[in-house]
Structure formats: C-alpha cells, structure tokens
Design a protein around this ligand. Structure first.
Ligand code: MRU
Length: 360
C-alpha cells in the first residue's frame, strides 16, 4: 500500500487517520487539501510530510496562471508558506519545500511552463530519494540488530511515514529479510496511537512478529529481559545529535540507558538540521487538548480539565547509541561526525532518481 501516489495531476494521500479500519485515499487537487491533510495527520511522519509538501508545491504551481516568472514566484512563495506552516517540528517539511523553490528561484531563463515541469520532476526526485535512502538505511542498520533480538519501537517510522520501506521499520524489515528471528514490541503511542494503528498493522502485513504494548509497559518489558534494542525514527536531529521524535521517545531512551540497552535512531539526512546547535532550539508542536481528553471519539476526562499535549520531545545526544543514515552509522561525538557524514558528498548520487514517476 502506498502512502501517497501522484496520478493524473493530483496527489492521492492515504488517509492514515482511518487506518487500520478503513483504507481510503484523499485526492488533493489544491494546496489547501494537501495542507489540511498534513495538519490533521492524514499524512504524517517526517519524510512523508516532506514528500507530500513537495507535491503540494507542484499543485500550487499548476494553479498559478501567470506568464511572468517573477510574479509566478511571488505567488509560489505564498504556497510555500501555506505548506510549511502546517507542522513545525519535522524539518523535512521545510527542507523539501525549500528544495523545491530553490530549483526555480532566480531562474529568469525559464518560462513558467518550464518551471512547473521542473518542479514536478523535483518532487518525484524527493520521493524517489527517500525510498532509496530508506533501503540503504535498512542495509546499514540491520547489522546492529542481533539475531533473536526483541526490538522496541515507538510511534510509526515505517513505510507509512516515508516514501516507502521506512526508517526504523526499514531497519527492522531489513533484519527480518536477512533471516534474523526478531520480535518487535510496538509502543501504542498515546495520544494518537500511531504504534497501535500503524506500526502493528505494517508489521502484521509482512508477518514480522509483533506484540503491542502500551507506552507505560516498556520499562517492565526491559526489566524482564525481553528487549535487546530500541530503534526509533526522528522528526529533527540537531547538529549535536539531540533527537526530536514522537512524545514518549525520551522516556524510552532513559529506560534503555537504565537497562543497558542500545538506543538507535534511523533517519535520512533530510531529517538532520545542522543549523541548530542543539535540541533546545527545535520547535515542539503543541496539539489540541481533545486528543488527550478523548479516546476513540469518547470523552475520557472531566470537561474543562487542563491538558498539556506536546506532540514531540527531545532526547539528549548522550542517550543515543548511534544514528543510522543512508550513508552509514554515525556514532558520538555527533557534533563532529554528523557534519562529516553530510560533507562527504552529494545527498545521493544523481543517477538514481531521474525521469520516472516513482509515486505511481
Ligand atoms: O506526529 P507524527 O505521527 O507525524 O510523528 C511521527 C514521528 O514522530 C516519527 O517517529 C518520525 O516522524 C519519524 S518517521 C520516519
């Protein structure tokens, strides 16, 4: 099942708010529909919202009937703001939209028709590169997973959160495909249940052994010797290796350290934000109170109770054993080694993602 598809000039977005009960695609033909889908988590997960926003730029560009490139660009900048203002934490969103606009900014040689075509090709490239990055991450990361390992993961860092294959779940998939007898423990991930609804579903689709736990069971599970590894994705990693990921990740990292269990984070380099020195500068999204006061549409807390609902937390670098990327596994000191892996070369070599529509 594809997280998103580009078909007949529209972006079809798998509505993840309805999974696993209902499989339904939203057909986005305007920017507002894409932005709403991102905001309400119909499409979610850092790389997936980046790719969706890239196609959102294509859709926005298509609707601009303006032959003058400067005027076209002025309108496209507004499209970019509409898309990037949807969610603040995952840097992939801004990264993708900026990458799209940079493709056509300052190109006075282009007609607007050319610019539209270039934007479509760039969106396909972002999608395709993410898929390839996940596969490579899987290859690098699976060597860290021992045969027979019990693996805890949090939220959903799978195919649904990316262009395909997944980051943390990509590593798990690769370990499974390498013949390792692994067992996944999926944290339910309150309040929106990405672990229960999405990770458990993804694992079951491929017959990867999975057991669902609520978030408060991880410590006891570790104390029982059932977990050998924790692996998660991320929404943004700062230059020093501090990791912003789904709320609850930090607690899991503290527990992993207390039990002497390695804590791995798998990311494409598009999730790395070297402009931020530490996690203190990462904006943390606050979401609506009713996500916490209700469960499955039923009110479970007294009316009017105060709620704190940060969607993400920051895990300090000292708790992170290694960061798995498409270029290889990065270990501390992160300040030095993350920068080095970025400076090593192009994001991915150019010959991989040219021409086709991979989101089809
Ligand atoms: O609020 P969500 O569901 O978008 O949060 C997603 C996560 O926290 C994921 O772990 C992260 O984006 C990595 S996805 C490869």
């Amino acid at each position: 099942m594809k997280t998103m598809l580009w078909e007949d000039g529209a972006l079809k977005i798998l509505d993840q708010t309805k999974l696993p009960a209902v499989t339904e695609y939203i057909v986005a033909r305007d920017v507002k529909t894409v932005a709403d889908a991102i905001r309400r988590l119909s499409v979610r997960g850092a790389p997936a919202i980046g790719a969706a926003a890239a196609y959102g730029v294509v859709i926005g560009a298509k609707a601009i009937n303006e032959p003058d490139l400067n005027k076209f660009m002025a309108q496209l900048e507004k499209v970019a703001v509409e898309l990037t203002s949807t969610r603040p934490t995952a840097v992939n969103l801004r990264w993708a939209v900026e990458r799209m606009l940079n493709k056509v900014r300052g190109r006075s040689d282009l007609s607007t028709a050319d610019a539209k075509q270039i934007l479509l090709e760039e969106a396909h490239k972002i999608f395709c590169e993410d898929l390839e990055a996940n596969r490579r991450m899987g290859e690098h990361g699976q060597h860290l997973i021992p045969d027979g390992a019990g693996i805890i993961t949090h939220c959903n860092a799978g195919a649904l959160a990316t262009a395909g294959f997944g980051t943390a779940l990509g590593v798990i998939r690769a370990a499974h495909r390498a013949g390792k007898k692994i067992h996944v423990y999926a944290d339910e991930t309150r309040p929106l249940l990405q672990g229960a609804r999405l990770t458990a579903w993804e694992m079951k689709q491929e017959d990867i052994p999975v057991t669902l736990i609520t978030d408060n069971m991880a410590g006891y599970l570790m104390s029982q010797g059932k977990a050998d590894v924790v692996i998660v994705g991320a929404d943004r990693i700062a230059a020093n290796g501090d990791v912003a990921n789904k709320i609850g990740t930090y607690s899991l990292a503290v527990l992993a350290q207390a039990h002497g269990i390695p804590f791995y984070v798998a990311i494409p380099l598009s999730t790395l934000d070297l402009s931020l020195p530490s996690g203190d500068q990462i904006p943390i999204e606050q979401r609506a109170e009713d996500e916490v006061t209700s469960f499955g549409g039923t009110q479970v807390a007294p009316a009017g109770v105060k709620v704190w609902n940060p969607a993400f937390d920051v895990t300090p670098n000292r708790l992170v054993t290694a960061i798995i990327t498409e270029r290889g596994v990065v270990r501390p000191p992160y300040n030095e080694n993350l920068r080095r892996i970025v400076e090593e070369g192009d994001y991915l070599s150019d010959d991989i993602c040219i021409g086709a529509n991979p989101a089809k």
